[in-house]
Design a protein around this ligand. Structure first.
Ligand code: ADP
Ligand code: ZN
Length: 721
């Protein structure tokens, strides 16, 4: 018996398998989809069995050393899915298979996360009457009586000397039982009765003949409630459901909402879990103990075998696309798995991507709308403040209106959210005399000043540097703060409103495990009046007492040079505004901007998604951007500027020669030229024929696999921002 093994060496970009001989002893445990340990070079490494066969063209095969898994870790569907993704995304097959598995399983065999067990004591099959009647050891008799009544008991709950004696007498024995680190048991309650609009929506979804439904519903319109009803029906039909949500919203409220109704029948995946927790959640699925999973991007790969429904909440979120290799998009994977299982895919959002909405209008997706808030609360009033005017009055950070409203809400004991998409204290330090700016020594980017640690950090590579007393360039002036970050806002607010209780949420305050949840709970319990935060607080949160949302600077996303910058700005403002006035209390949103006439900001005032879409689609058409084309980005990275530039030109020429109609742009030097001390060039392809582009890129990849001068990063469906 011979097996073809895909080894876990990522350096070989082509998906080559190696043949190994199977020693007689291991023959019975060989199955496709299991992992094995094989000799490779000087070492033993892990690999996946992809094929079992009788002959090999290679002579003198080595033996496999060990079979790792008791059961196949990747089933047939996932093995095939991986091949398709590897081809379409021009990335190595083994990297996809690794991405499909939770981290605990990827780890080397000898440091694999453990299965947790607890010891229980149980009765052996003896006659206990005699013992109970004659024994003088009261503790031991009590244990026996307890076990007769309860069948088993947690060993550590009993006196260990009594337990030991009973074991010696062979009256009881110890068994160990597995348990899961995360336990979802909680009080189960009934689902809400849907309102008329929701019922109409759910019927349209169920009656649709299309594979994909786009559920566009304003924030608070009750989309999540609809998901719950659909999932319940799916589970009642004995099928499995996957719900993907953006990573950020996962550690908080949405999980609790689902736990309330589905209790222990949910597995949960997000990056806040430990490896052990992930491993346990995965085992619940492998053992068919759960019928639904809520998770971030990678949960799309769970080994369910009878999927009835896949829901992607906040479908416009960029977190569904992995921004490093393998660059798969969980939404594309959902479409493939949906087809395989004949399961409906639902994309939900208040502000769908321009592409999704265009597809829905064209009839590729079923379009279902929810235009009212579920509890009849009205959308908040939105005021746009021109900061150019405020500056003239001397109001640099907060407009007068925002301050008055904050004060008013504090007096009324209502809550406030202040949003700024920039962590740190100020954007950067610079010299007012010579203009010197502190930059990262590895990357071509300004360092962000963090006051609490008095450090300047690179948000790309993490490089940190102390402050200078005076400008190191002209030695004449102190360095000065420029721009704004959340940390600075917090300080200013505490200064202005001395009695207000303030919480700040950004990557700096939430990096420790459990902090995210803790801060959300604190705010939820009204232990704070003002929540200041970055993008992380824009999604999915539901605080009934919040009646004011302030956007400190709406321009942070507009100024990013990217064709999606307006779309992102509109989405973000809509999302943040949606946090206000979700209960019977009326909400208000104050958006501060230097670009009040920009359409993405102007249309946020009236929450006019459709008007925004109509403006935006014109521009996309004119410039041949998605949905009129797909984008492929190729990054060429190298240590030497000249060599990298030359190689980039070679790549671009190759593409131009092989892709006639497509538009190949570049190479151009990246916005951030240098990251981690390497130079970055970019080539952009706007294409329509996906199959053709994939073929050419895979060929290009093979041609260059031994090119040591540069590294390639190919993104066949580039999303950006
Ligand atoms: P979305 O996901 O569209 O933002 P949610 O499903 O979170 O909307 O609903 C917004 C609020 O309205 C939530 O507090 C939710 O519990 C409540 N809600 C939604 N639908 C109903 C319903 N049919 N009955 C009672 N409350 C509902
Ligand atoms: Zn850096």
């Amino acid at each position: 018996m011979i097996v073809s093994v895909l080894v876990e060496v990522n350096v070989n970009k082509i998906n080559k398998t190696f043949d190994y001989n199977v020693p007689d002893l291991l023959k019975d445990s060989i199955e496709v989809g299991k992992r094995v340990l094989v000799p490779f070079g000087k070492n033993n490494i892990e690999g996946f069995i992809l094929e079992i066969k009788n002959n090999s063209e290679v002579k003198n095969l080595k033996n496999i050393s060990e079979v790792i898994d008791e059961n196949p870790i990747l089933n047939k569907e996932l093995l095939e899915l991986g091949k398709r993704i590897s081809n379409e995304n021009v990335c190595s097959l083994v990297s996809i298979y690794q991405a499909m598995l939770p981290k605990g399983m990827k780890a080397k065999k000898n440091n694999k996360v453990s299965i947790k067990t607890r010891d229980y004591i149980v009765l052996t099959n003896n006659n206990y009457d005699n013992f109970i009647n004659t024994s003088k050891a009261k503790k031991q008799v009590d244990i026996i009586k307890y076990l007769i009544k309860n069948k088993e008991g947690l060993k550590k709950d009993f006196s260990s000397s009594a337990v030991t004696s009973l074991i010696e007498k062979k009256l009881i024995k110890v068994i160990s039982k597995e348990y899961y680190r995360l336990n979802n048991d909680s009080q189960l309650s009934k689902l809400n009765v849907l309102n008329a609009e929701q019922n109409k929506a759910i019927n349209s979804i169920k009656n649709s003949k299309k594979d994909v439904v786009l559920l566009r519903g304003i924030t608070g319109s009750g989309k999540t409630e609809i998901y719950m009803h659909l999932i319940k029906e799916c589970i009642d039909n004995n099928k499995e459901a996957i719900l993907l949500v953006p990573e950020i919203s996962l550690t908080s409220q949405i999980i609790n909402r689902f736990k309330k109704y589905f209790g222990s029948s949910i597995a949960i995946f997000h990056s806040g879990l430990s490896d052990g927790e992930k491993y346990d959640e995965y085992r619940k699925i492998l053992r068919k103990e759960v019928k639904m999973v809520i998770g971030a991007r990678s949960a799309i790969f769970v080994p369910f075998t009878n999927i009835g429904l896949i829901i992607i909440d906040e479908e416009h979120s960029t977190t569904y696309k992995q921004d490093h290799n393998p660059r798969y998009n969980a939404i594309d994977v959902a479409f493939i798995r949906g087809k395989t299982h004949n399961a409906k895919v639902i994309l939900g959002s208040a502000t769908p991507t321009i592409e999704s909405y265009a597809r829905a209008l064209k009839g590729y997706y079923e379009l279902v709308n929810l235009d009212k808030r579920a509890n009849n609360s009205s959308l908040p009033l939105v005021n746009i403040i021109d900061m150019k005017e405020e500056i003239k009055k001397g109001n640099r950070i907060f407009s007068k209106e925002l301050l008055l409203n904050i004060e008013d809400r504090l007096n009324k004991k209502e809550q406030i959210i202040l949003f700024l998409n920039k962590r740190g204290y100020s954007s950067y330090l610079s010299c007012p005399n010579c203009g010197y700016v502190m930059k990262c020594k590895n990357c071509d980017i300004t360092l962000t000043y963090h006051k609490s640690s008095n450090m300047n950090r690179c948000h790309y590579c993490g490089y940190a540097q102390n402050n200078y007393e005076i400008c190191p360039n002209c030695k004449k002036s102190k360095l000065k703060n420029n721009g704004l970050g959340t940390e600075r806002i917090e300080e200013e607010i505490k200064e202005l409103f001395k009695d207000a209780r303030v919480i700040r949420m950004d990557t700096d305050t939430t990096s420790r495990k459990g902090m995210h949840e803790k801060l959300i709970n604190m705010f939820s319990n009204h232990e704070a009046d003002i929540l200041i935060g970055t993008q992380m607080i824009s999604k999915g949160l539901d605080f009934p007492l919040v009646t004011l949302v302030g956007v400190i600077n709406a321009d942070t996303t507009i100024n990013i040079p990217d064709f999606r910058s307006n779309e992102r700005t509109f989405q973000l403002l809509n999302q943040v505004s949606g946090r206000a006035g979700r209960s019977n209390l009326k909400g208000k949103v104050i958006i501060q901007t230097y670009n009040p006439d920009n359409y993405s900001i102007r249309l946020s005032k009236t929450n006019s998604y459709i008007k925004f879409y109509e403006e935006e689609i014109k521009i996309r058409k004119k410039l041949f951007y998605p949905p009129y084309s797909f984008l492929c980005q190729i990054k060429i990275v190298g240590k030497d500027y000249n060599i990298t530039s030359k190689e980039s030109n070679k790549v671009a020429n190759y593409l131009r020669n092989n892709l006639d109609k497509e538009i190949v742009l570049g190479p151009s030097i990246s916005n951030i030229t240098r990251i981690y001390n390497k130079y970055n060039f970019e080539i952009l392809i706007k294409y329509r024929d996906k199959n053709k582009i994939i073929k050419v890129l895979n060929e290009l990849n093979i041609l260059n696999q031994n090119n040591k001068l540069i590294k390639f990063e190919i993104d066949t469906n580039y999303i950006s921002m």
